[in-house]
Design a protein around this ligand. Structure first.
Ligand code: PLP
Length: 431
């Protein structure tokens, strides 16, 4: 099993966080997102503990809530004393409604509107992760209107391509996000930020990518960022007190993916950060990280019901499910790998090769191709594992399909965190 919250019970059914998934499918109907609350909390604590142990001070993980956004998640993040990052006024609103303390919230995005900025300031946003010159002007103006000095950090691109990270200083300059260090635009942004009356520049941010398994790219990025802190200290007399290293640590989706020891990665990055700071004579900044996927991905799975089985003789087999790209667009978008199981046949031999297809009128509506599972019959429960991140958050109403509910498992308990969408919900805004 790819995660320790999965198991098989005496009935041969897949279990998740100790619950029989076939019973859950019956109780809540399918498709349904199922979340293991204690796994989410466990992951938060791994990051919190490792970051405070190895980085010390006020260092803190911020949950990247674009990976999973609903009120209950923000309540859990509040209880776990995490920070959050938000990327839109909608995420911010959801967090506010959940009572999340906004001083621990960081507002991201490459194109925040004047409305977004004013709305965030009204709601007491802790920090903006400021992306560009226009935004700097707008934040300064809105903060001035409100009579406050707004804390920000600047989003910079260190020029790391996490997949070919040996070739530092290439790749990532071509990004819609942030200001590049190597072109000099990062320094210009720092100078401008320092000149703004209503802005308090606290430090810098970088995010090098997602689903990264090695930790060297994070180290490479940290080295470049600390060098930049040192350079700005020398050149402009400004020493950053906050350094946000972004998110992106990988998650095991299939057996062939490596298992990641997050605490060990953090320890390794921390050792390097400390020695670089000492070497360059800068004070160790408060370190922030922004894990999304690695907090919630394996805390989730999706349950479906198998429908049609189409066998194209001598070619391939399709198994269709009662969901698809509206609840999980990731295979259609990026051919993401997932592990698929027949939940009520978890002990049976996985010798039937097939493509798992969604129900949309769209040939590309696939969940996974060429998986091997026990031959499913109409009515069997299909489980797609590791769907806690970027599934609910990316779901759509394509083909006017109602979004599935989010069911939380907490020890013996199970409860609804997000209700299933109804047909009336679908037409609620239509006049
Ligand atoms: C997407 C994103 C994250 C989270 O990435 P994960 O791979 O889910 O950990 C963090 N920070 C920023 C700026 C992002 O865009």
């Amino acid at each position: 099993m790819i995660c320790n919250n999965l198991g098989i019970n005496e009935k041969g059914h897949l279990t998740f966080a100790g619950h029989d998934t076939v019973d859950l499918a019956e109780k809540y109907q399918t498709p349904a997102y199922i979340m293991d609350e204690n796994k989410i909390r466990e992951k938060c604590r791994i990051y919190k503990k490792a970051m405070s142990e190895f980085f010390g001070g006020n260092s803190m993980p911020l949950f990247a809530s674009k990976s999973l956004c609903f009120k209950r998640i923000y309540e859990i993040m509040k209880e776990e004393e995490m920070g959050i990052d938000v990327v839109s006024p909608g995420e911010l609103y959801t967090a506010v409604k959940a009572g999340f303390p906004m001083e621990r919230a960081y507002f991201h995005g490459n194109n925040k509107t004047d409305f977004d900025i004013a709305f965030a300031i009204e709601n007491g946003i802790g920090y903006f992760v400021c992306d560009n010159v226009e935004e700097l002007d707008a934040i300064d103006r809105e903060a001035g209107n409100k009579g406050i000095k707004q804390k920000i950090i600047l989003r910079l691109t260190p020029g790391i391509d996490p997949h070919t990270h040996a070739k530092i200083s290439t790749g990532n300059v071509d990004s819609k996000f942030g200001a590049a260090i190597e072109t000099g635009q990062a320094k210009e942004l720092v100078e401008l930020a320092l000149s703004k009356k209503n802005i308090a520049l606290m430090g810098y941010h970088c995010h090098i990518g997602s689903q990264i398994f090695e930790y060297d790219p994070f180290c490479d990025a940290a080295v470049i960022m600390i060098k930049f802190i040192a350079d700005m200290k020398t050149e402009l007399g400004f020493e950053a007190s906050v350094l946000n290293l972004g998110g992106g640590m990988g998650v095991k989706y299939v057996e062939s993916d490596p298992e990641i020891d997050y605490a060990k990665n953090i320890e390794g990055i921390a050792d390097l950060v400390k020695s670089e700071c000492a070497k360059l004579g800068v004070t160790m900044p408060t370190i922030l990280m922004e894990p999304g996927r690695s907090i919630v991905a394996d805390a989730g799975l999706t349950l479906y019901t198998a429908g049609t089985r189409k066998e194209i003789k001598g070619f391939k087999n399709y198994v269709s499910i009662d969901g698809g790209m509206p609840d999980n667009p990731r295979y259609a978008l990026y051919q993401s790998a997932y592990t698929v199981m027949v939940a009520n046949k978890a002990n049976e031999e996985a010798d039937y090769e097939c493509t798992i297809a969604g129900r949309c009128c769209e040939s590309g509506d696939l969940i996974q191709e060429g998986v091997k599972i026990p031959k499913p019959e109409r009515g069997d429960t299909i489980a797609v594992l590791t769907t806690g991140a970027y599934n609910f958050a990316m779901s759509s109403n394509y083909n006017a399909i109602c979004k599935p509910p989010v069911i939380m498992l907490d020890g013996e308990k199970d409860y609804v965190a997000v209700k299933r969408e109804s047909f009336d919900d679908l037409i609620a805004r239509q006049v």
